[in-house]
Design a protein around this ligand. Structure first.
Ligand code: RP5
Length: 159
């Protein structure tokens, strides 16, 4: 079976942000397929990827882009799979443009939009794992263990 999670991003420059999602999924034992797919520079690649995603065996898609961030919405328009959108922090407008481009979808084509930047990428990974865990008991246990360890790592007082 192929990777259940696809992570797509608009540019190589997004990888520094998006790798947080790939890393947390790797920690949880979830395979990912990571690709550069630009809504503007490689529109045909976008169509091919999104239209074939379900048949290719993906269960969840994480899509990150910055600026005029049309990638997550366009992917969502071409597949019924759940799409999680990560607004990458842009240089010009600090990701406010990315966030607004991704979050304000018309009714009927949802994109689950996360926070701007690295926190959004990591949380997209965790949310993808949580979605898969609804039908994967072993992954649910690993996710619970991850959360318990995170809780245990928080000191009561600052050092
Ligand atoms: C978007 O434009 C990408 O998602 C990226 O965040 C932004 C800038 O891309 P580069 O000019 O760095 O390739 O399409």
């Amino acid at each position: 079976m192929g990777a259940p999670v696809a992570i797509v991003m608009g540019s190589q420059s997004d990888w520094a942000t998006m790798k947080g999602g790939a890393e947390v999924l790797e920690k949880l034992g979830v395979e990912t397929d990571v690709r550069i797919v630009s809504a503007h520079r490689t529109p045909e690649r976008l169509f091919d990827f999104a239209k074939g995603a379900a048949d290719d065996g993906f269960k969840v898609i994480i899509a990150g882009a910055g600026g005029a961030a049309h990638l997550p919405g366009m992917v969502a328009s071409l597949t019924h799979l759940p799409v999680l959108g990560v607004p990458v922090q842009s240089r010009a407008l600090s990701g406010q443009d990315s966030l607004l481009s991704i979050v304000q979808m018309p009714a009927g084509i949802p994109v689950g939009t996360l926070a701007i930047g690295e926190a959004g990428a990591v949380n997209a990974g965790l949310l993808a794992a949580a979605i898969l865990a609804t039908s994967d008991e072993a992954l649910a246990e690993r996710l619970k263990d991850f959360r318990a360890k995170q809780t245990a790592s928080v000191a009561e007082r600052p050092s």
